[in-house]
Design a protein. Structure first.
Length: 644
């Protein structure tokens, strides 16, 4: 048969370069302010120095601090920077007064901190008070610092690479406090994230004495303490230990249990209510987060997509707006779809882009910085209130508002895998500004004025979210994509994607399935008619390009269906029954009975060609028959354009 194929040119977009070249938007202007954002309006970022750059050094990480500032980061929490023991775990240090030589010197760390301070960011060190490596310097120089049983040092929790420290020894207590003072003196650090504070070997009295000692150590210097446990709901004996923040650990666990398939708004409301109730009688702040080094690597190793599927976007909105100080994990702004082995300092792939995640996060940080209703306080009575709004006719939509004085923020989230309407009552009538809109955030940030009555009906896309701020703000628009604004490409070798090129803008969903034989080929699939496709822009021919991304972990799904919603009607089945090849499919136009998918490569251009093909043979784009390809590229096989 003879098929005429039109191929647009594929360009691997250097998105970050493009972002740097564009003019600053209002979110940039808020986040890049020269002012230091006060406590209650801050965002923390967990960084593993060894993973953060290809070089894995303090100096290289310092060169990327401006990027974190643009993201809206106020505090950089450095995972342990000490020399490592035999297991190469950063949490098994051989000395608490030296740096990992692979990262650089103490002087290099001091320069990193100085650069952060110039950008009005703080630096907190990860402090490991419970144990040292089994080959730590103290093991031979101060064996009396360690707990023993039957004359033998103890492995806490049966961790064979570390020995338990003994807080019944006053000399050990003084030595640990001296180490905390050391980093303030040497590098001017601003705080400590304290590991495993729930250990029964560290008495509450230690923290009650050590925290005020360090806070008052240097006049005019503020030192903060973040404790790694859920003090409010779990280790309540530490409620009066003096920590500035704890982990909202139970809430993160509930979000993770909600996972990729959760769609019941009432269930998530219960989780949040439990967290808010537990936070009502404490005198410290709380850190909320989707993932960290434990969830990403230790606990079986799961990416954001594997943990949350398409819920990773609306749950990020909830974690950043419901309560407390939000945390961004190492590389989360790229989409968080790497498992980062921090024992071996797996490098973050900064070439992977998720503009929807990045723009969502930086807009949320701008809201945190500038809107009083999203502040957090260590005094419960001073915290903005959280009020649940009444949603009728849609059990997948959650709506709430936060208020502080005249400041008010409204959040609406649709956890369903399909688009839908929701009628919400209890709104404050009047002018509102839409700061975060899931339908457009991938293309850039915007603000739009709207006027609401006390009851309003909202139409939301699948897994959609909106954040409104009460009042009148300058409107900001996103330029419409130009005809050459987007060309399809694969963002990673593990990506399995479906592209749809169509003349009709609309709501498109994908359903993928197959007999996987026990393998896991995709990580997000909801109820019929599947998961939403994302509008990426326009092709050179002016048609719209939609994309749906999965992460290939073992096997490919065997089939797909694409549906479209027309004016709120039932989903119309547009494409059915394709067998996957390698990286997915590119489906063109609306005549799905005769259209042919296209091969997409991350690096090779696509051009116009007319070729004659036979079902079982492989061809290049010039129509020349070739052997079965051994590398990714653009080929034609079985009369189809497939992503190989």
């Amino acid at each position: 048969m003879k098929i005429s194929l039109h191929y647009p040119i594929i360009t691997l977009l250097l998105l970050f370069t493009a972002l740097n070249m564009r003019g600053a938007d209002y979110v940039d202007q808020i986040n890049s302010s020269t002012a230091s954002y006060t406590e209650g309006h801050r965002v923390i970022y967990e960084m593993n120095v060894g993973s953060f750059t290809e070089q894995g050094t303090f100096a290289a990480a310092s060169n990327k601090l401006e990027e974190l500032k643009a993201l809206g980061v106020d505090i950089v929490w450095l995972m342990p920077i000490y020399p490592r023991g035999t297991s190469n775990s950063p949490y098994a240090a051989t000395s608490f007064q030296k740096t990992n030589p692979k990262y650089g010197t103490i002087t290099d760390l001091k320069a990193f901190v100085q650069h952060a301070h110039q950008l009005h960011m703080e630096v907190w060190l990860d402090w490991v008070p419970n144990h040292t490596a089994t080959n730590a310097e103290w093991v031979t120089s101060h064996p009396e610092y360690y707990a023993t049983s039957g004359g033998q040092m103890i492995h806490p929790n049966n961790y064979k690479d570390v020995w338990q420290l003994n807080y019944n020894n006053s000399a050990l207590v003084n030595a640990m406090n001296d180490c905390l003072k050391f980093w303030i003196d040497q590098c001017d650090v601003d705080g400590y994230r304290c590991d495993y504070i729930s250990s029964s070997y560290i008495p509450t009295s230690y923290w009650q004495n050590a925290i005020p000692l360090i806070k008052n150590y240097k006049s005019g210097k503020t030192i903060s303490f973040l404790g790694e446990t859920d003090i409010a709901q779990d280790v309540t004996r530490l409620k009066n230990a003096g920590f500035d923040y704890d982990y909202a650990w139970a809430f993160q666990g509930n979000m993770q249990n909600f996972g990729p398939s959760g769609n019941a708004a009432a269930r998530m409301k219960t989780f949040a209510t439990n967290m808010l109730n537990a936070s009502s009688n404490i005198t410290f702040g709380r850190m909320l987060y989707l993932t960290n080094h434990d969830q990403n690597f230790n606990d079986g190793g799961k990416t954001l997509t594997q943990q949350y599927g398409a819920n990773r976007y609306p749950l990020a909105v909830m974690a950043y707006t419901i309560y407390g100080m939000p945390m961004i994990y190492n590389g989360q702004e790229t989409g968080g779809n790497q498992i980062l082995d921090y024992f071996n300092d797996t490098k973050i792939n900064w070439n992977t882009k998720d503009e929807k995640m990045r723009n969502t996060l930086r807009t949320l940080t701008a809201l945190k910085h500038s809107v009083p209703a999203l502040s957090d306080s260590k005094t419960p009575s001073a915290n903005p209130t959280v009020e649940w709004l009444t949603v009728t006719n849609n059990t997948s939509v959650l709506a709430y508002r936060r208020k502080s004085g005249t400041s008010e923020v409204m959040v609406i989230i649709n956890f369903a895998t399909t688009a839908g309407n929701a009628t919400i009552t209890g709104l404050t009538s009047g002018d509102w500004s839409l700061w975060l809109n899931s339908e457009s955030i991938e293309r850039g940030v915007s603000r739009k004025q709207e006027t609401f009555n006390t009851t309003n009906t909202f139409q939301l896309e699948a897994k959609g979210y909106r954040v409104y701020v009460k009042g009148v703000y300058p409107e900001e628009t996103i330029p419409e994509p130009s005809v050459d604004d987007y060309t399809p490409y694969l963002e990673s070798s593990d990506e399995v994607s479906i592209f749809l090129e169509t003349a009709t803008e609309g709501i498109y969903n994908v359903w993928v399935w197959g007999d996987l034989g026990g393998g896991e080929a995709y990580t997000s699939i909801g109820a019929w008619p599947g998961d939403a496709m994302t509008l990426k822009g326009k092709a050179a021919n002016g048609k719209y390009i939609y994309k749906y991304v999965q992460t290939k972990t073992q096997e490919l799904p065997s089939n797909l269906i694409i549906t479209r919603f027309d004016n709120g009607s039932e989903a119309k089945r547009l494409w059915d029954g394709v067998t996957f090849t390698n990286h997915g499919y590119y489906i063109e136009d609306a005549d799905y009975t005769t259209d042919v998918p296209v091969v997409i490569s991350a690096t090779t251009g696509i051009r116009t060609a007319t070729v004659t093909v036979e079902n079982d043979k492989w061809y290049d784009l010039s129509g020349r028959e070739i052997n079965k390809p051994t590398r990714h590229g653009i080929y034609i096989h079985k009369g189809r354009k497939v992503i190989f």
